[in-house]
Design a protein around this ligand. Structure first.
Ligand code: ATM
Length: 208
């Protein structure tokens, strides 16, 4: 059986990643290509749900960077094994809002590339995206958008320059994993059009 397509969306907070993720799901749906929408941290297991609360600062606790890094990797592994790979193997397409490059970028504030790779080895060996879309919006623009749109800050909102460099470093180190870097500072529709050009060929034969 032909496997489904697996595409990950990455970007800084405020980059427009989730808006673009939804826009591409809608474009595919308009072409009768149905995709399963997922996100990480996941909302499929208790660890993912806990991480969602932690990054929103919902609990008055601060976990060590090591515990956080390991929790992200455990959530990812459970998510891949139970909720992503079975769909891909059965020929269904999955789009995901953040995947392993987010760990290289965000946990890269405390750990080296090799350390993060080893935390995530099991998920990486099971499944890497057919394409990772990186919405590259400048950290200044992201900060501006977050300040004007959001009431509260998330855990890692204020270190955009380092996180962006970590993304680039990881793309360089994981060269065999296909990546499309998209200029996120353009108007929303132009960003969607540019992503579409990268995504469409993956569905060859399935698009009219
Ligand atoms: P979203 O805002 O895209 O839902 O992501 C939640 C946060 O989780 C985001 N932080 N901020 N600010 C990035 C963080 N995160 C990690 O630190 N490591 C990971 O592996 C993932 C998937 C997310």
């Amino acid at each position: 059986m032909k496997k489904g397509v697996f595409i990950a969306f990455e970007g800084l907070d405020g980059s427009g990643k989730t808006t673009q993720f939804n826009a591409i799901i809608n474009r595919l749906a308009a072409k009768k290509i149905n995709c399963i929408a997922e996100k990480q941290p996941s909302n499929c297991n208790p660890i993912g749900l806990l991480l969602r609360d932690i990054v929103k600062n919902a609990h008055d606790v601060s976990l060590s960077p090591l515990s956080l890094a390991k929790l992200f990797s455990i959530d990812r592994y459970e998510h891949v094994v139970n909720n992503i790979k079975p769909h891909i193997d059965a020929g269904r397409h999955v789009l995901i809002d953040r995947y392993v490059f987010s760990s290289f970028a965000y946990q890269g504030q405390a750990f080296t590339f090799d350390e993060i790779y080893s935390f995530n080895r099991d998920a990486i060996e099971l499944l890497m995206p057919d394409l990772t879309i990186f919405i590259d919006t400048t950290p200044e623009e992201c900060t501006h958008r977050i300040a004007s749109n959001r009431a509260s800050q998330e855990l890692f909102d204020d270190n955009g320059i380092v996180i962006r460099n970590n993304f680039y470093n990881a793309f360089e180190k994981m060269k065999t994993s296909p990546t499309a870097i998209i200029n996120g500072n353009q108007p929303t529709d132009a960003v969607t059009d540019e992503i579409w050009k990268a995504v469409e060929p993956l569905f060859e034969g399935g698009l009219s």
